[in-house]
Design a protein around this ligand. Structure first.
Ligand code: PLP
Length: 373
């Protein structure tokens, strides 16, 4: 039999790509999920140096070079208030591989994975690939995930719940109190909390706290990456932080599926984490300015938008037919239901693009709104 696995047949190619491909060449792209800034110069230079010194020609250790894991460990102590031994980290091919490792190593056939809806598309797909059962949970009106809703959704079959703050596609930031609650729920229900913190640094209001800081057991694992904070999506460098026994299980997957993260990217990531952080601050300031322009514009048009406090997405409520009208005018936005059934009636607008384009796009959105009113 040369058929395909049931697991892979449950997953389809992301709807977001289809939106891009249908758009004209001159379209303004507010569908993008990556920063539009260059990778900082000193980060690029470190990779070039490592390549020229011949330091990247061989496999690294499966977990990643020691220097990088030490830098990640120091970063967590400095920024996140928790200690993680460099041995309890695996450098991965982006945050994506890290998410895959967590689910593959912890979810048995049919076990449930709870995740925010609307939420990042990988949670459902990777749950299916791991043989698990996706259990999307709707959000509060401000588009944050309610710990009480997670707790209600937990059954004897639940293996994992996912927390993502700041969040894609909503831009929502969970409060410190929520993060404490997520840690308590993981501890008390003996369920794993997967905290996806890839947008950690892109935050304008509130502060990022990790549930790992509050957990009393090893039931929280953290996924992070250089992709968004350092504008390094193409480098493919992320990591997972967890306890020894969890890392040992995830390494079983990583060593056979990946061997090690790309060596040049590992050197570059070490430079990103230990070097000057000005580029991050500049990027965050630019995102905040664009967010404010976008929010003012959407309010002026009359589209209700929960205030995004982080990442680089806004999610206004939009009338029926609105997304199609916007797309027909060559502005790319993503329909909210691409991120889960509860996303219906919303659109995701990325502001990882220049302010002039955002202003032009707002005029198009005004036009589209009048058209469907
Ligand atoms: C919430 C979230 N987690 C993880 C990722 C994966 O990031 P990476 O590019 O590091 O694989 C993304 C990318 O868009 C994301 O939005």
């Amino acid at each position: 039999m040369t058929g395909f696995s049931r697991r892979v047949e449950q997953v389809s190619i992301s709807g977001i790509r289809e939106v891009f491909e249908a758009a004209g060449e001159d379209a303004i792209n507010l569908g993008i999920g990556q920063p539009d800034f260059p990778t900082p110069e000193h980060v690029r230079e470190r990779a070039v140096e490592a390549i020229q010194a011949g330091d990247v020609d061989a496999y690294t250790s499966n977990k990643g070079i020691r220097e990088l894991r030490e830098a990640i460990s120091e970063k967590h102590a400095r920024d996140n208030g928790f200690e993680v031994d460099p041995e309890h980290l695996i450098a991965t091919s982006g945050g994506s591989e890290a998410l895959h490792l967590v689910l593959e190593a912890h979810v048995d056939d049919g076990e449930e994975v709870i995740f925010p809806d609307p939420g990042f598309v990988s949670y459902e797909a990777l749950t299916n690939l791991a043989g698990g059962t996706p259990k999307p949970v709707g959000l509060r009106d401000d588009l944050t995930l309610d710990p009480a809703a997670v707790e209600d959704a937990i059954t004897d079959d639940t293996a994992v719940f996912v927390v993502n703050s700041p969040a894609n596609p909503t831009g929502a930031v969970q409060s410190t109190e929520d993060m404490r609650e997520f840690a308590r729920i993981a501890d008390e229900h003996d369920v794993l909390c997967l905290s996806d913190e890839v947008y950690e640094h892109i935050i304008f209001e509130g502060e990022h706290r990790s549930p790992m800081e509050f957990a009393e057991t090893d039931n929280v694992v953290v996924v992070n990456a250089c992709s968004k904070a350092y504008s390094m999506t193409g480098w493919r460098l992320g990591w997972v932080a967890a306890s020894n026994r969890r890392i040992e299980r995830m390494l079983r997957v990583h060593q056979y599926a990946q061997a090690c993260a790309s060596a040049p990217a590992q050197f570059a990531a070490e430079a990103a984490l230990t070097g000057p952080q000005d580029a991050v601050d500049e990027m965050v300031a630019a995102f905040e300015e664009r967010r404010n322009v976008l929010l003012d514009g959407l309010e002026d048009i009359g589209l209700e938008t929960p205030t995004p406090k982080g990442a680089f997405y806004a999610m206004p409520k939009v009338p029926d037919g609105w997304v199609d009208e916007v797309l027909a005018r060559d502005v790319i936005v993503v329909p909210g239901d691409a991120f889960g059934a509860h996303g219906e009636g919303y659109a995701r607008i990325s502001y990882a693009t220049g302010i002039e384009d955002i202003k032009t796009a707002l005029e198009v959105m005004r036009d589209a709104t009048q058209q469907v009113a």
